[in-house]
Design a protein around this ligand. Structure first.
Ligand SMILES: O=P(O)(O)OC[C@H]1O[C@H](OP(=O)(O)OP(=O)(O)O)[C@H](O)[C@@H]1O
Ligand SMILES: Nc1ncnc2[nH]cnc12
Length: 165
């Protein structure tokens, strides 16, 4: 279901088009049901609130915001800024709530570190967060970065793992 695209976005990279899963018939439903086997409380199935985390400038105030150093892999143009900000509405997740973070890819781990930091700023400790990704690329050592940044105890589950560490 995830087809490889050679030499994208740069020569010698075998890109795995993970998001294409959602463009294939039944793909999104398959993902949802696989994710649900890992986490009983997925927002779209059991109607717990969905909290969006977006790049800076896309959510109205009040927001909480942190810097995100972006992953080298998909920074396709040399002019891409080295860091961006990500944001969440300040009061969308009640303090002390349990949160399941869902993202498509875990590669370097910069994104998930920024997300955990952002949730921390919003009053949600890492002990109340679990993470689910569709695809993990261990070659980029994302879990190691999370450990180094103090998030080693956060539960991370991936549906697909491409290659070794
Ligand atoms: O584990 P990481 O190395 O952070 O990569 C994973 C992130 O990269 C992609 O997003 P995007 O292309 O927006 O991220 P980028 O700008 O950081 O490359 C993807 O949707 C993940 O959120
Ligand atoms: N090979 C790859 N394909 C798609 N996304 C990625 N993120 C990091 N490595 C990747």
């Amino acid at each position: 279901m995830v087809h490889p695209v050679p030499d994208f976005p740069r020569p010698d990279i075998k890109f795995r088009h993970v998001l294409d899963i959602s463009q294939q018939p039944g793909g999104l439903a398959l993902c949802k049901s696989l994710l649900q086997t890992h986490f009983a409380a997925l927002a779209s199935r059991v109607e717990v609130p969905l909290a969006l985390i977006r790049e800076a400038g896309k959510l109205p105030p009040p927001i909480v915001s942190v810097i995100k150093t972006h992953s080298h892999m998909l920074s396709s143009t040399p002019n891409d800024p080295k860091e961006k900000r990500i944001e969440i509405g300040r009061d969308v997740v009640p303090e002390g709530a349990s949160v399941v973070v869902v993202d498509d890819v875990l590669a370097t781990g910069e994104t998930l570190c920024a997300v955990l930091q952002l949730l921390g700023e919003a009053g949600i400790g890492a002990e109340n967060v679990s993470i689910m990704v569709v695809a993990e690329f261990p070659v980029h050592r994302g879990r190691e970065l999370l450990r180094l940044r103090g998030f080693g105890r956060v539960n991370i589950q991936s549906l697909l793992v491409f290659g070794g560490a």
